[in-house]
Design a binder for this molecule. Structure first.
Ligand SMILES: Nc1ncnc2c1ncn2[C@@H]1O[C@H](COP(=O)(O)OP(=O)(O)OP(=O)(O)O)[C@@H](O)[C@H]1O
Ligand SMILES: [Mg+2]
Length: 281
């Protein structure tokens, strides 16, 4: 499959030229992602240095459609940099990054990549504190239309249904009318995930979602992320091993910018190399 896709890359480069990408990248209208090979995201041979320090080194990563993947690894392993590369915030020095087998992410900017169906949740929640939970979701759906347009606009029944559906999913239906600023830390994190969901991403990248959460909030976050898998591929970077254990299907261990090991939680925990660099004895 890999050879097949790589063999096509020259043709694909021509097909998905930057000037053509603009045409079909309208908000909420993702371009057709070719996942006939059942793969949603490909990183192949990706490397990135900062001032001579190699943060990412010949990294290969494949994410299937709808899968829930945990990425673990010591501080400085390159986990956040990897997400920066996928979302177009950082350009790799070499390698290939594709969404499906037809969309070359390296030829797109951050906004285009977001519109192509990749949503990213940063560690610190960035909700609009002075707006209600409902309006936050509405704003996320509107994208570029802006806050005043949202406050004036009438929603269609379909849009209301979508907001109601997301409120239910993130467990904030009862808080819909509350100001986002009055939510707990955990609730703000869920609201931000909800805001990403309004854009119907194919892939969600979530960096350290449970930092600062109570145990109860962690359990609810695990439930939420598990419920998103299937419809969305979800890639979660997290240090909290109890949390990883509670959601993990496949775990990838990064070390010095490279995949050290990949497998189910039991295999990873039994892996001597992983024990040495990360989990400890
Ligand atoms: N913009 C940058 N300029 C210089 N160095 C950087 C930059 N971004 C990342 N690095 C370096 O790259 C390495 C990988 O950092 P990264 O943040 O990706 O690690 P991480 O796995 O997310 O770590 P953590 O678990 O602490 O969040 C680190 O040594 C970091 O200092
Ligand atoms: Mg990080």
């Amino acid at each position: 499959m890999t050879e097949n896709r790589t063999g096509w890359s020259g043709k694909m480069r021509d097909l998905v030229r930057r000037d053509q990408v603009f045409e079909f990248l309208m908000p909420n209208q993702h371009p057709l992602i070719d996942t006939r090979h059942n793969m949603l995201l490909y990183l192949e041979g990706v490397s990135k240095s900062f001032d001579g320090f190699q943060a990412i080194r010949d990294l290969n990563l494949y994410i299937r459609e709808g899968e829930l993947r945990c990425i673990i690894g010591p501080n400085g392993a390159g986990k956040t940099t990897m997400m920066d590369i996928i979302t177009g915030k950082t350009r790799p020095d070499s390698g290939a990054v594709w969404l499906g087998s037809n969309i070359n992410l390296l030829q797109m900017d951050e906004a285009q990549i977001a519109n192509a169906g990749i949503g990213r949740k940063f560690q610190k929640p960035t909700v609009f504190e002075c707006l209600s939970v409902f309006h936050n979701l509405e704003l996320a759906m509107a994208g570029a239309r802006g806050v005043f347009a949202v406050l004036r606009a009438r929603l269609s029944g379909e849009q209301r249904d979508r907001i109601a559906q997301v409120l239910e999913l993130i467990g904030l239906a009862e808080q819909a009318g509350k100001l986002a600023g009055s939510l707990s830390h955990g609730q703000k994190q869920w609201l931000e995930i909800g805001m990403l969901l309004m854009q119907k991403p194919k892939l969600l990248l979530v960096d350290e979602p449970v930092a600062g959460m109570t145990h109860q909030e962690m359990d609810k976050t695990a439930e939420l992320l598990r419920s998103l898998a299937g419809e969305h591929a979800v890639v979660v970077v997290e240090h909290d091993m109890d949390f990883v254990r509670s959601i993990a299907t496949t775990v990838t261990v990064l070390h010095q910018g490279h995949v050290l090991a990949e497998g189910n939680m039991a295999d990873i925990q039994a892996n001597p190399k992983v024990k040495e660099v990360y989990l400890g004895e």
